[in-house]
Design a binder for this molecule. Structure first.
Ligand SMILES: [Zn+2]
Ligand SMILES: [Zn+2]
Length: 263
């Protein structure tokens, strides 16, 4: 059974449903001991006419933080609640992002690189659309490494989000590079339950063979976009079985470095 989930969204991101409290109650019902909220973080694009529709607005962050902190207090005898964000690493917006999140005193951040580039600019195509070739994969790996080097991320969400259809040998080469990098820095990689349940291109079996070989720390993330998603313990159990068949056991929450001192 999974006793924690650090990948939880809220309705503020425009594509999730339910009240914050319902997520907490679902997690308790599912027998979880820790629930981390990691909604899509605001970003600060240097152009006025770009609207990033899948994340909360900067002016919602304070209310998000207060809501999660209030639930943390209220439910403290039932479950540990953590406040975080999921975000991409965009070279052009990282400094503004970092200045924005620091005063919020988050418990953690997870990195989920849905785009390469800076999202709003030329060449920033969504990663999980079919047909990505060598150049995209290489940019993805370069950018993820650059982001992880910042030292603020607790783990890497859906590391295999790129829907790749180039040469398999190149995939092995680049993803091995990524996995080795994460292992050296003790950054866990997430097996994404939402991708699994929705039949997305990720989790990618070839990627998890590499993870097994490299020996990374692994977590399972529900990537919950509704409270009910947290109740899918059968699916989670099935994923534990898939990972076990590759010789992978997800780590316990104690083995994950939370409350990063840079936050
Ligand atoms: Zn989302
Ligand atoms: Zn997510």
């Amino acid at each position: 059974m999974l006793t924690y989930n650090l990948h939880t969204h809220t309705k503020r991101c425009n594509h999730a449903t339910g009240d914050d409290r319902e997520y907490v109650e679902a997690a308790i019902r599912a027998g979880m001991k820790t629930l981390g909220f990691s909604d899509h973080c605001p970003q600060f694009f240097p152009v006025k006419d770009y609207y990033s529709y899948f994340r909360m607005l900067p002016e919602q962050a304070q209310e998000y933080s207060e809501s999660v902190r209030a639930l943390q207090k209220e439910y403290k005898s039932d479950i540990d609640i953590l406040l975080g964000f999921e975000t991409e690493y965009y070279p052009q917006t990282f400094d503004a992002f970092y200045d924005f999140v620091r005063p919020l005193h988050l418990d953690y951040l997870i990195m989920g690189q849905h785009f390469v580039g800076n999202e709003y600019d030329e060449g920033s195509y969504y990663a999980a659309i079919e047909g990505k070739k060598e150049d995209y994969l290489s940019q993805y790996v370069r950018q993820v490494k650059e982001g992880l080097r910042k030292g603020v991320f607790t783990y890497l969400a859906h590391p295999d989000i790129v829907w790749y259809s180039g040469d398999p040998g190149y995939y092995t080469l680049k993803m091995t590079e990524l996995c080795l990098f994460a292992r050296e820095r003790d950054i866990p990689l997430e097996f994404n339950l939402l991708g699994y349940l929705n039949g997305r291109s990720y989790p990618t079996p070839a990627f998890w063979d590499i993870v097994a070989r490299v020996g990374n720390k692994v977590v399972i993330g529900y990537d919950a976009h509704s409270p009910e998603a947290l109740l899918q313990s059968d699916a989670a159990q099935h994923c534990l079985g898939l990972l076990a068949a590759k010789g992978i056991t997800p780590v316990s929450i104690e083995e994950i470095t939370l409350r990063n001192e840079k936050l």
